[in-house]
Design a protein around this ligand. Structure first.
Ligand code: GUN
Length: 304
């Protein structure tokens, strides 16, 4: 079998366009302009690229967008003060603090201070609790898992009863991804760096989500014939063929060999990454709509 390549880039562009239209309608009918604040601390080059993409997408969606770029040596108290101000700012519906934060800042303290209704990352304990206790509709759902789920559903429709394996147990991807797949009635296994017989576990997966951060770790012969393979990995590896010192981006899955067995597979780049940003826009629009007393939109349905 040769897998169908899931074009996350095109699907994300389509979703951003629908969100832009919905934002225009919201602005026209209520005067509410969805507002997002993105906070970045330090100079991590990858984080800077992500944050710039988020700002650009927000503007294209007609949102009010502000970026706070803070020096790596900023004190924790100063960052907490900024969060408090953004919590109180009526023009801001969504707050995102780009992770990771420098070691001298307590990440949990920062994330816990963000108002849950403005927590467009879905990392606040209230949102984590809502998602895992079956109240997904009231939660803010983390963007990467939410985008990954949309792609899985577009590929095969109903996920009920499927064997899903998530490699990675991070708060950003692995754990919320498992919660979402469980809510879709998958039988979910969470594998991680200490998992024994990983290959055998992956071989049982109808749906595989790889989010470990190890370049091309998952090999083609681990993949069940016809499986849906969703690669969240974003790893830079040396690419001497492109010139001295050059690098290229690869996923956690060895794409070429996996594509020979999978039914559907996301590429890196151009798969999950663009969906993450589109879902951040979706969450910001949701936050603004909730504040205006409007119902949530179903973004999978919006995509048609
Ligand atoms: N760093 C890597 N992924 C993410 C994400 O989804 N949200 C935030 N805030 N930081 C990240």
């Amino acid at each position: 079998m040769t897998a169908v390549r899931i074009d996350g880039k095109a699907i994300a562009a389509e979703l951003r366009e629908k969100i832009a239209k919905e934002a225009e309608t919201l602005i026209g009918e209520t005067g509410v302009v969805p507002g997002i604040a993105v906070v970045i601390v330090g100079e991590d080059p990858a984080s800077k690229v992500y944050v710039a993409s988020k700002g650009k997408a927000a503007k294209e969606c007609h949102f009010h967008s502000v970026e706070h770029a803070l020096s790596a040596d900023i004190g924790e108290a100063e960052l907490l003060d900024l969060i408090t101000k953004l919590n109180e700012d009526d023009a801001i519906h969504g707050i995102l603090v780009q992770l990771p934060l420098p070691d001298h800042i307590d990440e949990a303290k920062v994330l816990d201070l963000i108002r849950p209704d403005k927590d467009v990352d879905g990392f606040h304990p209230i949102n984590v609790g809502l998602l895992t206790s079956g109240a997904r509709d009231k939660a803010m759902v983390p963007c990467t898992p939410a985008g990954t789920l949309i792609l899985a559903k577009r590929a095969i429709g109903n996920l009920s009863g499927k064997d899903a394996v998530v490699i990675g147990r991070s708060n950003i991807v692995g754990k919320p991804m498992a919660a979402l797949l469980l809510a879709e009635s998958c039988t979910v296994t969470i594998a991680h760096s200490r998992t024994q017989n990983l290959e055998d576990i992956v071989r049982g997966a109808d749906i595989l989500v790889a989010a470990v951060g190890r370049p091309q770790m998952v090999k083609g012969d681990w993949i069940k014939e016809g499986a849906v393979v969703l690669d969240v990995g974003m790893n830079r590896i040396p690419a001497p063929e492109r010139g001295e010192g050059k690098t290229r981006l690869v996923g956690d899955v060895d794409y070429d060999s996996a594509a020979e067995r999978a039914g559907y597979i996301t590429p890196v780049p151009g798969g999950i990454g663009p969906m993450t940003i589109a879902l951040l826009m979706a969450n910001t629009l949701t936050a603004a709509r909730r504040k205006a007393g409007l119902d949530d939109l179903d973004y999978a349905e919006l995509l048609g």
